[in-house]
Design a protein around this ligand. Structure first.
Ligand code: DGY
Length: 427
């Protein structure tokens, strides 16, 4: 074996060890250091894919355990609290949501159906895959219908997010809509995240107050979906969120067909056609980029964040539908030492260290690589894979990385980073 092959084997073993170490018995925490002492929705779905490279039953369990906490409405919450959550703020005593108060009261990037289809299509254990698909498909349908009802009640074809934590926490895309919300309480002294990660790598005090202000607004409404949508101080239609929703809807239709439930597939398919048509209104032909909008004011959010590149994940003709988008992606790649910054690296608001305002995230790299492959750009997908491996080789399995120098940021030994590494190396 070559020296590099050796290194890949060693890092893959390390990645598996991280997944096992962060396993709390049927679900994983994002990192063991206490920064996130609970189960996070999209972390778990993407972590299942890494588990599947060496333990398929455990992979299915990760998603199953998340859906055990699906709300009767169909919503799948963004956090499920289980054990001691005292190292996290806001923990369950603040959220007070879900059955027995064990969850948060908002949702998160809808990647579950995409993950389940991936597990199903790649499974060696076909009997298990079939049984799990039969079990999870109706739950995935319920979640998809919840988005339609609770987040797109006017039938536009695009779902709104009501809290930045439902998508890319402190993305510059939110700056305008978030600034228009009440300033919220001063929670700097209550924050626990700053005890685990440097303040320059985390959202600001101004943003955190508003995050908690929104939480309290929704809590006062008892998390009633209609009232939340109607009175939300923050309601944004985001490109990346809807790209993940569209892709997951497509994968759900595929899954339903695969398990022989054509009736359910036929019920979901119109949502796919509607969202495909609605995406055209997000494309800006002048900038050759996709932007979301503030659903309260109708204003286009002209902010070049990685969200605007994610439609390549949703459409296999993205280059024709949205000319220029893949060129932007390549341009960002050329402007940074490591793929891919979460925000345009030449924009004045680019911050290479602060969470979703510039750092590279391996999970996003995987989503983009998937999108590039489906758009016949395996050359760029391969560059992303190589850059992702270089990040891990340089710094270990961090939550996110400075795309200019590769420094690891946020939490160490991060579950979904380890999962993504396994996934990229297995592709
Ligand atoms: C956090 O606490 O930073 C999370 O991203 C919220 O879900």
């Amino acid at each position: 074996m070559t020296a590099h092959g050796d290194l890949t084997t060693r890092l893959s073993d390390r990645a598996k060890a991280i997944l096992k170490a962060n396993d709390r018995g049927g679900y994983t925490v994002p990192t063991s250091i206490g920064l996130y002492p609970a189960q996070w929705n999209w972390d778990s779905c993407l972590t299942a894919l890494g588990f599947a490279t060496f333990d398929e039953p455990r992979a299915w369990r990760e998603i199953d355990s998340l859906f055990d906490h699906q709300w009767p409405s169909g919503m799948v919450p963004h956090i499920v609290f289980r054990d001691d959550d005292s190292s996290y703020f806001p923990n369950r005593s603040v959220w007070r949501a879900g059955k027995n108060g064990e969850t948060s009261g908002i949702t998160q990037n809808p990647v579950a159906a995409m993950a389940v289809r991936h597990l199903y299509d790649h499974a060696a254990d076909r009997d298990l895959a079939h049984a799990m698909a039969l079990r999870l498909a109706p739950k995935l349908v319920q979640w998809r219908l919840w988005f339609d009802r609770a987040r797109d009640p006017r039938g536009v074809g695009l779902a709104a997010v009501l809290h930045p934590w439902e998508n890319f926490d402190n993305s510059p895309v939110w700056d305008g809509p978030l600034a228009a919300t009440p300033s919220g309480p001063d929670v700097q002294r209550l924050r626990k995240d700053l005890g685990f990660a440097d303040a320059t790598e985390r959202p600001t005090a101004r943003d955190y107050g508003r995050y908690i202000g929104l939480l309290l607004h929704y809590r006062d409404l008892g998390y009633a979906e209609g009232a939340m949508f109607d009175t939300a101080p923050f309601r944004v239609v985001d490109v990346g969120f809807n790209a993940m929703l569209h892709r997951s809807t497509e994968d759900l239709v595929h899954l339903l067909e695969a398990i022989g439930d054509s009736e359910a597939a036929d019920g979901i398919r119109p949502l796919l056609h509607r969202s495909a048509a609605a995406f055209s209104r997000l494309y800006d032909p002048t900038d050759r980029f996709l932007y979301g909008y503030d659903d309260l004011t109708g204003a286009r959010l002209r902010t070049p964040a990685v969200s605007g590149l994610l439609p390549i994940l949703a459409f296999d003709d993205a280059a024709e539908r949205f000319p220029g988008v893949i060129d932007h992606l390549e341009g960002w790649m050329n402007a940074a030492a490591f793929a891919l910054p979460s925000f345009c690296p030449t924009h004045p608001d680019f911050d290479p260290k602060r969470y979703w305002r510039g750092p590279a995230w391996l999970v996003v790299n995987w989503l983009l690589a998937e999108g590039l492959r489906r758009n016949q750009r395996s050359d760029l997908a391969e560059r992303i894979r190589q850059d992702s491996a270089r990040l891990v080789e340089r710094s270990g399995f961090y939550e996110y990385y400075n795309p200019l120098d590769g420094q690891g940021l946020g939490g160490p030994d991060f579950t979904w980073t380890a999962s993504t590494y396994l996934l990229l190396e297995a592709a």
